[in-house]
Design a protein around this ligand. Structure first.
Ligand code: NAD
Length: 417
């Protein structure tokens, strides 16, 4: 990882802080430091060229005290055990912060989806699912999309799982296409949740979203939808980026047009109405009111945190800010909405999807968005209030809530045998 800070070290340090403040039993702390189950798989598939390629994959099930394991599946060339373990741990706290009845998990396959054909990705997904078959399921562990996986990937998982069961099991996975029981509003839920939190933060700062200048790092599912909703709600999107670099226009960019441009050319770069191009690092330091990192971990570090000009950072990505950077942002009065609160809208609507599938219901978009709004506003208020009471950052407050709820659940369950 960049800057030598491993996401797992960050996750463990955060847990340590929460455990100390909660005066957690040392044995329970030890239990929470390690995942309940770590599954490592080798996934062989035949490539289009006729050769066999073998991909490393894993599924980490961190904790299920509050309900079935839940978490995304990431396809990326840098996926590794430590990263996925950190992401699984964050899922546990996140589900507890928004108080939905899930534990935390994460999966990953080390591959470069940009260099693979659709057939190769389908074979990889089906074979990977097959190797997880005994460990996932609607009441065990429910996967969802993450970086470089999408609704199509989830459809292949559902089909593979269902083929082995012998009947259709839509509730085994979330983030599916609506035609297969995917929830209305799931595609943009993570981003809508970030914007709901940003809107609440703006209220505390006596600022308005209308006219606020927004910069978004990452223009995938979460980044593009965040830019779109910010624009729809009256903000001015001044910069966006993807893995190849970013574009900037202080007068504002139209996210819809940028999306069309990326669809045609494969990147946001060379968009004709951009004033100038910026690197991903430069984007973070641009003059703006709201910064939403929506790509990968370790983007805001002790090197650049002092140069962040945004008044609000909404962590759409998981783990974009290192602990040293947290401190610097806090000293500079930057209002940081931590990932386990800011991006929890995705897993919240995943939960709605699972409930709809289990009960064979279909909720309208209005119903989904209304329920999402009420869960996230409550979670934001809970975190904000805890931060005030304990005189801590919002990140520590969110951890105190999340870790606290999980440890209470574990105490209530007791230890078998
Ligand atoms: P995605 O695959 O749809 O998009 C990822 C984006 O990041 C792409 O635009 C890609 O170009 C960009 N990117 C990749 N490497 C980059 C780099 N080095 N610098 C800048 N940009 C880079 O993935 P996503 O689902 O949008 O996930 C983005 C982040 O949001 C991840 O941290 C993920 O864990 C988190 N997240 C996603 C969801 C969800 O529902 N999909 C939910 C919660 C959190």
């Amino acid at each position: 990882m960049d800057n030598g800070v491993e996401p797992l070290d960050i996750a463990l340090a955060q847990l340590e802080t929460a455990a100390e403040m909660l005066q957690m039993d040392p044995g329970l702390h030890q239990f929470l430091k390690t995942p309940k189950r770590t599954l490592i798989v080798s996934v062989p598939i035949r490539m289009d060229a006729g050769n066999i390629a073998v991909f490393w994959g894993c599924r980490i099930q961190h904790n299920d005290a509050r309900g079935p394991f839940k978490g995304g599946i990431r396809y990326h060339p840098c996926v590794n055990l430590a990263e996925v373990t950190a992401l699984a741990m964050w899922m546990t706290w996140k589900c507890a912060v928004v108080d939905i009845p899930y534990g935390g998990a994460k999966g990953g396959v080390c591959c470069n989806p940009k260099e693979m054909s659709k057939i190769e990705l389908e074979h990889l997904t089906r074979r990977y699912t097959n190797m997880l078959l005994d460990f996932i399921g609607p009441h065990r562990d429910v996967p969802a999309p993450d970086v470089y996986t999408d609704a199509q990937t989830m459809a292949w998982i559902m089909d593979t799982y269902s083929q082995f069961k012998g009947y259709s099991v839509p509730e085994c996975v979330t983030g599916k296409p609506p035609v297969l029981g995917g929830s209305e509003g799931r595609k943009e839920a993570t981003s809508r949740g970030v914007l709901i939190c940003v809107r609440e933060a703006l209220k505390r700062l006596h600022m308005k979203l209308k006219g606020s200048r927004v910069a978004v790092q990452g223009y995938g599912s979460v980044g593009w939808n965040a830019a779109k909703i910010a624009h729809d709600w009256g903000a001015k999107v001044v910069a966006v980026s993807d893995s190849q670099g970013g574009i900037h226009n202080p007068r504002g960019l139209n996210p819809y047009n940028v999306f069309e441009h990326k669809k045609e050319t494969g990147s946001v770069l060379a968009y004709e109405r951009a004033k100038n191009e910026v690197t991903n690092a430069e984007l973070l330091e641009l003059d703006c009111d709201i910064l939403m990192p929506a790509a990968l971990e370790n983007q805001i570090t002790k090197e650049n945190a002092g140069r962040i000009k945004a008044k609000i950072v909404g962590e759409a990505a998981n783990g974009p800010t290192t602990p040293e950077a947290d401190e610097i942002l806090r000293e500079n009065d930057v209002f940081l909405i931590p990932d386990i609160l800011a991006n929890a809208g995705g897993v919240t609507v995943s939960y709605f999807e699972w409930v709809q599938n289990l009960t064979r219901e279909h909720w309208t978009l209005e119903e989904v968005n209304r329920k999402l709004e009420s869960i996230l506003v409550k979670a934001f208020n809970d975190v904000y209030q805890t931060a005030g009471e304990k005189e801590t950052s919002l990140r520590t407050a969110a951890l105190l809530l999340g870790v606290g709820r999980v440890s209470k659940a574990m105490e209530a369950l007791g230890l078998w045998p």
